[in-house]
Design a protein around this ligand. Structure first.
Ligand code: UDP
Ligand code: MG
Length: 335
């Protein structure tokens, strides 16, 4: 019997939050069972280097509803969620963060919306409490830039906290895309979508795992995956320099013919023009590189992740996963 609901949580060095996370998830799952909804809790260990994995093994042993995957190294949050979706068995899945910034208590309300016919219910943040002004400003600016540039309508201030129907899970699993900007892909698939506004809590414990570098990478990924405007930027910059060049030529001609002592002479103007054009060209090549690099990445066709261990999924499920070597009994490697 497959569970109806899969709850997917990426875990990266979350030893400080896991117990509390399980306590709150358990309360929600017990509540749901009373309504006849069975749930599985899929913890995806994204190559943690602290005690997260042993804790996950322990949770699985005490509660068979908890299953877990463990990556052989850190592959990043988006890939961790992707793996959770690959292995989920429910009719519907909920994705949330391990640090309890996305309150699990909202799941019943999300399920109500799902029963009302929505295939995607995404959490929309009304407030970001206790996050630094810099992060808040960057998030604010980024979501608005993305909204203006992206080909699909990606709602502002939404993260990965969401509920998605099996139809959407299947669509996402079928995507060969390597640069997975999930909140974008989630909008791209379509279906009936609605927002659930909530207040984002501060992190329960531990430090932020999304470093500035990771957040920046994610933002660039989102832009490049969903917009070709940056590519066109090179053409625009080129056109702009051409216009500037013509104006400059006319100006120089005018000075040569009608002004006895020309105001621009010497190296200064030449140097400025040289550096300006050099910058335009390098930036354009850099933008091109972002796209070409992603093509290269995609063409190599490596698997999205490598698994070190998994537990709690039935044997038939595992046989259906092409990414796993069927000769290795992952579930029994660490009894
Ligand atoms: N996370 C992950 N891999 C990473 C970084 C983060 O799986 O490389 C997980 C982390 O354990 C947490 C979620 O992604 O469950 C969100 O991370 P965090 O709370 O640090 O970032 P925020 O989005 O709150 O800034
Ligand atoms: Mg967080």
């Amino acid at each position: 019997m497959n569970p109806q609901l899969s709850i997917i949580i990426p875990i990266y060095n979350e030893e400080d939050t896991l117990q509390e996370l399980y306590r709150r998830m358990k309360a929600v799952m017990d509540l749901l069972v009373q309504d006849g909804v069975s749930a599985e809790l899929i913890l995806v260990d994204d190559g943690s280097r602290d005690r997260s994995l042993p804790l996950m093994r322990e949770l699985h042993q005490n509660d068979p509803r908890v299953c877990y995957l463990s990556f052989a190294r850190n592959f990043g949050h988006q890939i961790a969620v992707t793996a959770g979706l690959n292995f989920s068995r429910g009719q519907v899945a909920v994705i949330l963060d391990a640090d309890l910034q996305d309150p699990p208590e909202l799941i019943p309300r999300m399920l109500d919306l799902w029963r009302a016919g929505y295939q995607v219910v995404y959490g929309q943040r009304s407030a970001r409490r206790q996050e630094g002004w810099f992060k808040r400003f960057m998030a604010f600016a980024f979501y608005r830039i993305l909204r203006n540039l992206a080909d699909v309508d990606i709602p502002t201030d939404t993260g990965d906290f969401c509920l998605i129907d099996r139809a959407v899970i299947n669509a996402l699993n079928a995507m060969p895309e390597r640069n997975r900007y999930l909140r974008g892909l989630r909008s791209w698939v379509g279906f009936r979508q609605t927002a659930l506004v909530f207040e984002r809590e501060p992190r329960f414990a531990g430090s932020v795992k999304y470093t500035f570098r990771k957040s920046f990478k994610l933002a660039i990924n989102g832009l490049v995956s969903f917009s070709q405007v940056p590519l066109r930027l090179a053409s625009y910059l080129g056109l702009l320099s051409a216009v500037a060049a013509i104006a400059m030529a006319l100006l120089v001609l005018y000075w040569r013919l009608f002004v006895p002592h020309s105001p621009v002479t010497g190296f200064t103007i030449i140097l400025v023009a040289l550096f300006f054009l050099g910058a335009v060209q390098l930036i354009s090549i850099g933008i091109l590189g972002e796209y070409v690099g992603r093509i290269y990445d995609q063409v190599k066709g490596r698997p999205l992740y490598t698994l070190g261990e998994l537990n709690g999924f039935g044997p038939d499920d595992r046989a259906q996963i092409p990414r796993l070597d069927p000769g290795v009994d992952h579930a029994n490697r660490h009894p």
